[in-house]
Each structure stands twice: as C-alpha cells, then as structure tokens.
Design a protein around this ligand. Structure first.
Ligand code: ATP
Length: 227
C-alpha cells in the first residue's frame, strides 16, 4: 500500500501542493487530475524522493520507498534521441542493478508485446512519437518496479497509441504493479481508475471513489481541459 499523508510542498511563500492525502492499495491505479500547474509533477517528485515534502509523509508498506522499486515515466521526454533503443534501455536497467541478460530479455519481451521488435537497434529519434512513448514506458518498467509513476503518459498522442498504452497499463496492474498517473483528461482517468484526486492550485478539491466524484462533476469540470 502506498500511503500519502497530508503532504505539503512550499517553494518559499508559494504553496505548490497543499495537504494532499491518498492511499493506493497494491495492484491498483490511482489518478491524479488537474490543470497545468495544479501540482501533479511536484507530487510525483516528492514520491520519487527528488523533493522533500515540507510537511507530511509518504510510505510504501509502512516504510520510505526505495528508488529501486519505483518506475517513472516523466512528462517531458526522457530518452536520448541519438542513442539506440537497446543501448540506452539496457544501460539504464543496469544502473538499477539489473543483470544485462535479464534486461535484454525483458526489453525483447516488451518490444514483442507492443509488436515492435524491429525497433530494438534503432535510434530513438527514428521512431514516431507514439512508439517513443512505448519505449519510454518500457524503460520505466524494465526493472519490474513495484510502484510505477506515469506523468501525463497519453499527452499529445493519437488515439491508437493511447489505447495500446492503456492496455499495457492494465496488463501491468493485472501483474501486481501499483500505478499512480496524472492527467488533465477526465476520460482517460475514468477508463483506468476507480480512485482519483483532483488538484486545483495545489489543493485537493476532491479525492476518493470516482463514481462519487462524478456525481459532483459539474463542480469540478471547470478545472479540466480537453485536447
Ligand atoms: P504541468 O502539467 O504544467 O507540469 P503540474 O500540475 O504538474 O502542471 P507542477 O509542475 O507540479 O504542476 O507545478 C505546480 C506549481 O508549482 C506551478 O505553479 C509551478 O510553477 C510551481 N513550481 C514547481 N516547481 C517549482 C520550484 N522548484 N520553485 C518554485 N515554484 C515551483
């Protein structure tokens, strides 16, 4: 269980996240909704240990989360365009203490899963945006993390790639991975999550079971955008 208790992050006088609490049981997906600047990325940086909460606590099974157990797909593209897919993903997996042979096998399994084995030895810049995002997801899960953080994973992608990535996300939770993902699109969250929090200027305006929240959707709709 991931437990976020009353986390607040202040940058000087500015409060980016204000008393946010939520829990995610193992193998479930939690959706963090909010417009640009609402505090989603700051929350993720605290989950990753890159930022220390000003107040509050974050625990995984009652303990601080070791970075080796987390997978992260950043909002901004995190791959090196000029380096081959296999070279950079295996290198990153080795940094996370994975054996080269296991990393290579895991990469091949995932490329086959997405039916793109031909991209193994291509440079990232040679791939379409949708395929780059699949490689980015593979990079986040190659070391088989317990907790996966996905920051706007479907942003700017075409519907076919969005569907393929959603199917992969469902496969990961079916295998026991716990996922927290952010979006400014209610429809994406609705399809994948039962539990969500909606952030507005760092404050959780609603948090809980999605069907209950939808009953008050008229109130929250203004915080979200569609693209
Ligand atoms: P987006 O999708 O645009 O990234 P977001 O919901 O992820 O939006 P954050 O990136 O968490 O939002 O930013 C929340 C607020 O905190 C913004 O107003 C941002 O300018 C501010 N902020 C983030 N990091 C810092 C920092 N290091 N110093 C000062 N302010 C910051």
């Amino acid at each position: 269980m991931l437990e976020i208790k009353q986390i607040t992050k202040r940058f000087g006088a500015f409060t980016a996240v204000d008393e946010l609490s939520f829990e995610v049981p193992e193998g479930q997906i939690f959706g963090l909704l909010g417009a640009n600047g609402a505090g989603k990325t700051t929350t993720f940086r605290m989950l990753l240990g890159l930022l220390k909460p000003t107040e509050g606590s974050i625990t995984w099974k009652g303990q601080p989360i070791p970075l080796s157990k987390i997978g992260y797909l950043p909002e901004e593209r995190g791959l090196y365009p000029k380096i081959r897919v296999d070279e950079q993903l295996i290198f990153l997996a080795e940094l996370r203490d994975m054996k080269r042979k296991d990393a290579k096998q895991s990469l091949l399994d995932w490329l086959n899963y997405f039916q793109i084995p031909q991209y193994e030895k291509m440079r990232v810049e040679q791939l379409s945006k949708g395929n780059q995002q699949k490689i980015q997801l593979i990079s986040a899960v190659l070391h088989k993390p317990d907790l996966l953080i996905l920051d706007e994973p479907f942003s700017g992608l075409d519907p076919v790639n969005v569907e393929q990535l959603k199917t992969a996300v469902r496969k990961l939770t079916a295998e026991g991975t716990t996922i927290v993902f952010s979006s400014h699109r209610m429809d994406h969250v609705e399809e994948l999550c039962e539990h969500v929090a909606i952030l507005d200027h760092g404050k959780p305006v609603v948090a809980g079971y999605l069907p209950d929240i939808k009953a008050g959707y008229g109130k929250t709709r203004v915080l979200l955008t569609t693209d």
